[in-house]
Design a binder for this molecule. Structure first.
Ligand SMILES: NC(=O)c1ccc[n+]([C@@H]2O[C@H](COP(=O)([O-])OP(=O)(O)OC[C@H]3O[C@@H](n4cnc5c(N)ncnc54)[C@H](OP(=O)(O)O)[C@@H]3O)[C@@H](O)[C@H]2O)c1
Length: 276
């Protein structure tokens, strides 16, 4: 059974304040239509539930058909079971979206996976999988859906990155690299489509309480910071997207660590060596 979003997560619905620099504001908010990858679990699932509360029709993307069916029933959305790591997955999603939704106001790329452990013994196949799902899949899906948004002069793109992509986390070398690619992708894309009605928002969450850690085969073991609820991440990233924010850090204080990293890298490295 789907549990509807908790009241705390739904507080203030979509347009709620969060941190992040602004990009040009565009129309189409709240969105009438959305494509949500990773909608079968965790952050993507919570985002789909929040969007449904705003009467947004979504195409839910994932691999787990039963989990997608549950979210589709709870949101009255459409679903497509597709492995985004396989060639052509993005084409299937884009054409199904055009068929079922027509114009797409919002694209959320939340599908992703993790991997932990020393890089020197990480299987090459794991590195390939990370790059395929965390980097190539969102880039190819944006590539497939961007032309229609540009033609309309309206659209919002929300990429789910990670604080690991901005700061680099030991024991998560390949994952950090895959999410760092999203930082460059989001920055460059935002700059390229500026003034054409498209906003590009990158969400950088810290640890989030989802099946992510179980799936990667290594539990989250740090005592601090504690993992935050996926519903809170979904709420903040949607609010930031509504405003056209460039970045949404959840929790917000993580952006301070990134500022230290940028302004005083050697100090940051010393602190990271102490605190991990
Ligand atoms: N949890 C955290 O601590 C954390 C922190 C920072 C950033 N993030 C990022 O947040 C995003 C969402 O993660 P989450 O925490 O919500 O994890 P999650 O609960 O494990 O959900 C991952 C989602 O990605 C989908 N997915 C994975 N591989 C796929 C593939 N090959 N094709 C299609 N869909 C695929 C899964 O679909 P199926 O289950 O249907 O296969 C699932 O819906 C990821 O990009 C992750 O890197 C997570």
């Amino acid at each position: 059974m789907i549990v509807r979003p908790r009241a705390a997560a739904r507080e203030g619905s979509l347009p709620v304040a969060s941190s992040g620099a602004r990009t040009a504001s565009t129309g189409g908010w709240p969105p009438r239509t959305a494509v949500v990858t990773g909608a079968s679990s965790g952050i993507g699932r919570e985002a789909a539930l929040l969007l449904a509360d705003q009467n947004c029709r979504s195409l839910l993307v994932g691999r787990n058909g039963a989990a997608l069916d549950e979210v589709a029933a709870a949101t009255q959305g459409h679903r497509i079971a597709v492995d985004l790591a396989r060639p052509g997955g993005e084409v299937a999603v884009a054409s199904r979206a055009a068929e079922l939704l027509g114009e797409v106001d919002l694209l959320i790329c939340s599908a992703g996976l993790g991997a932990a452990g020393p890089f020197d013994v990480m299987p090459p196949s794991t590195i390939n999988d990370l790059i395929a799902v965390n980097v190539l899949a969102p880039m190819l899906l944006v590539r497939a859906m961007l032309p229609a948004m540009l033609e309309r002069g309206q659209g919002r793109i929300l990429l789910v990155g990670s604080v690991a992509g901005a700061l680099g986390v030991r024991g998560e070398v390949a994952y950090s690299a895959s999410k760092a690619a999203m930082v460059g992708f989001a920055d460059a894309l935002r700059s390229e489509v500026a003034g054409r009605g498209i906003s590009v928002t990158l969400c950088l969450p810290g640890a989030v309480d989802t099946p992510f850690f179980h799936r990667r085969g290594a539990p989250y073991v740090r005592r601090w910071p504690r993992p935050i609820p996926a519903g809170l991440v979904a709420q903040r990233m949607l609010a930031g997207t509504g405003r056209g924010d460039a970045e949404v850090w959840v929790p917000r204080w993580l952006s301070a660590a990134a500022r230290v990293h940028g302004a005083a890298p050697s100090l940051y490295r010393r602190l990271a060596g102490v605190f991990g």
